[in-house]
Design a protein around this ligand. Structure first.
Ligand code: CA
Length: 229
């Protein structure tokens, strides 16, 4: 349930806003002055703030600025004067929206819903799911660079990880040692393609039950390697 903090010194207005928002299924709390509002806004978790501009102690402008310095939570400003809108815009306080009194409670509820939905989309779009490759008992988390074989985590070096991931992502394709060397090691480096053989051997020791009968990375004699599907 979304939690909303209303900071409003006019009790009747605060109660009206609270009633309508609660009817729409929100959890609502009220602070009747700016100082209390600020303290609660910064110390507790809310999903949206509704701030009156004219408040005792800390006014809505200051409150909005201070909250925005600390949180990205949507802020809706409530103003008694139309003139305030220009001031709000001019100050760049970071408010998401504003309504002027008198406003219809249903308009307030509609705006609250719109901002909560927008904010939720914003949050969920920032959550990046880990990029996972899974083939038969092997699970490779490309984001966290971790590998599991049948649920047991294996420690691979950077190049071992890169090589295994490349083969697994291109499974069933055969790559020559030269191709793998070019792919995984620095293009410029004058390396020994035997490095590839050494790394394949080490990977097998970590992921294969029996290195003599590899289930994952297969040697194609005279050609190279492939990850069996
Ligand atoms: Ca007021």
């Amino acid at each position: 349930m979304s939690r909303i903090l209303i900071v409003e010194d006019e009790v009747a207005i605060a109660d009206l806003e609270k009633d309508y928002l609660e009817l729409s299924g929100f959890e609502v709390e009220i602070a009747n002055d700016g100082a209390t509002g600020l303290e609660r806004a910064l110390s507790e978790d809310y999903d949206l703030f509704i701030l009156d501009l004219m408040l005792p102690e800390v006014d809505g402008f200051e409150l909005c600025k201070r909250i925005r310095e600390n949180k990205n939570t949507p802020i809706l400003l409530v103003s008694a004067k139309k003139d305030d809108i220009d001031k709000i815009r001019g100050l760049g306080l970071g408010a998401d929206d504003y309504v002027t009194k008198p406003f219809s409670p249903s308009e307030l509820v509609a705006r609250v819903k719109a901002h909560l939905a927008r904010y939720e989309r914003l949050i969920s779009s920032n959550i990046v799911e880990n990029d996972i490759v899974e083939i038969r008992g092997i699970k490779i988390d490309k984001t966290a660079r971790r590998v599991w074989v049948n649920g047991e985590e294996k420690q691979l070096t950077t190049k071992e990880f890169d090589l295994l991931t490349f083969l697994a992502e291109n499974s069933n394709r055969v790559f020559s040692k030269e191709e793998l060397f070019r792919e995984i090691w620095d293009m410029e480096s004058i390396g020994d393609i035997a490095t590839v053989t050494v790394h394949i051997k080490k990977i097998r020791e970590k992921i294969e039950m029996n290195t003599n009968k590899p289930q994952y990375i297969e040697t194609i004699w005279g050609v190279g390697y492939r990850f069996k599907v």
